[in-house]
Design a protein around this ligand. Sequence first.
Ligand code: AMP
Length: 237
Amino acid sequence: MMFIVLLGPPGAGKGTQAERLATHLGHAHIATGNLLREAVKSRTSLGVEAKAFLDRGELVPDHIIARLVAELLDTPDGHAGAVFDGYPRTVAQAMALDQELARRGTRVTLAVALDIAADVLVRRLSSRRICARCGSTYNLITNAPRQGGLCDRCGEPLVRRSDDAPAVIRRRLEIHRAEAGPIEEHYADRRLLAIVAGDNPPDVVTATILAALRRTPAYRPRSSPDLSGVSPGLPGR
Ligand code: AMP
């Protein structure tokens, strides 16, 4: 059972990588942004509380996020391991996650910070499109859907996220810059941080993350129960 945290600015590829890792490891993909967008769309009480924050690109208050994550960790899926995408976003959230996992007798396996230049991010976010139904993410330049404008998975029309508008992108990047250092430090202090270049092709990024994961003491490959060759080491930086 592994709990992997993906850190990095909006547009760094957290969603793409989280989905690939979750599939590869057979773990849940917990994307707080996707869950909040779904809640806003279906107008649940969570969505009503969160909407104004999402519209402005501001962070949703920690206590709302804490409730959401605790509920997910209590599902059988979440209990068996997860790849967190877009969470934690603050040190308070990182500490809350540590506590939630400790209560369940486990801990974060690895935190991966996807490192990428700001100009690449703005370009990526401007050409990003998502499926309004299933949340799958595409990029018109680097990861276009097979059929123009339609989701490969469910055939729904793709839309631009409302918070991928230029002014909101700027605000989201600002917030990320303010929080990123302290969160990375939180995991570096615990020797759990791997910094991975996020501007390589997605396959290369996935392979680099998996290599860092293999070097963690908690690494448990799904298909091979023989762990005798796994040496406890530190994730690379
Ligand atoms: P994302 O899809 O991860 O870019 O998140 C979209 C928006 O959802 C963010 O700009 C925040 O408003 C909100 N959000 C997502 N995850 C969190 C979180 N862990 N803490 C606070 N707000 C969040």
